[in-house]
Write a protein that binds this ligand. Sequence first.
Ligand code: F6P
Length: 333
Amino acid sequence: MGKTFKRIAVLTSGGDAPGMNAAVRAVVRTAHAYGMECVGIRRGYQGLINGDFTMMTRESVAHILSRGGTILYTARSDEFMTDEGKRKAVATCKMLGIDGVVVIGGDGSFAGAQAFSKYGIPVVGVPATIDNDLGCTNYTIGFDTACNTAVECIDRLRDTMQSHERCSIVEVMGRNAGFLALYVGISVGATAVLVPEHELDFEKDVIERIRESRLAGNTHFMIVVAEGAGSAVDISKRIKEEIGIDPRVTVLGHIQRGGSPNARDRETATRMGYYAVKAFAEGRYNCIIGTQEGNIVEIPIDEALQMERHLQMDRYKIMEAMQIGGTLKQIET
Ligand code: F6P
């Protein structure tokens, strides 16, 4: 007989993402549907160390589907990185009779989950981060909403940039990855998009783009920069030095993480949360729930953390082809 799961826990960890609440709700309600009890751990792994918990009923997750953030709070815990911290977290699990933990978060949270699983606590991961930078899944909860938020902000910026005939440098989040920036850049028709995965040639990737756009009759320019590709302020200074125009800088920052999740994030979070608990119910654990080609997949956590996600360079080429003066001949070389 495999391990049985009578009481599971759920926590959210790392940077929050729109749709985390939808995932929490799905975990809690699926657990109850399977006849399990569900404990909500507050403040991520630190809450597990401190025994900071609340019992989750079906009713306790009513009306959170549309809410941004996470009702369980989230944190990054240095103590959990230590052996002592993990032992304290194991002790909390034993004390509360927790048979397994659903971890909702990104790569750092899953590295924590993997380490925790080695202490004998079964884990299942649900990917939620606006960065969409995990190798084991095509999609992470929160990405679509964050993209739409950034697009909405940039559309507004464009109105004022157009009126003043200015250049705007917009820095978007994404940590070390350019998924968010590229997706957003394509969606707003940016003059240039700078991502960490593409080595920057300032003259070709920025100055030439502005010049070509200007020659084509444009009087305002929109440069989207992934935070991992450099600072918007530095890029603005360089543009001013090299061609004398005086850009305005907007760092979208945490605005991108807030707000009500859109339909894609609510629906994906609900499916992933459901499958996370189903895995426990059927005796499978130490895995990450992912999506591949629209289907839910379960990947063993050790394998999942070895998988790398590469920026879709075809999208980068498409972005370039959309720019004024962007010829595919030039791009392919
Ligand atoms: O991983 C999500 C993310 O929003 C990244 O895009 C960003 O680099 C980071 O978190 C910001 O973290 P914090 O909320 O700790 O400032």
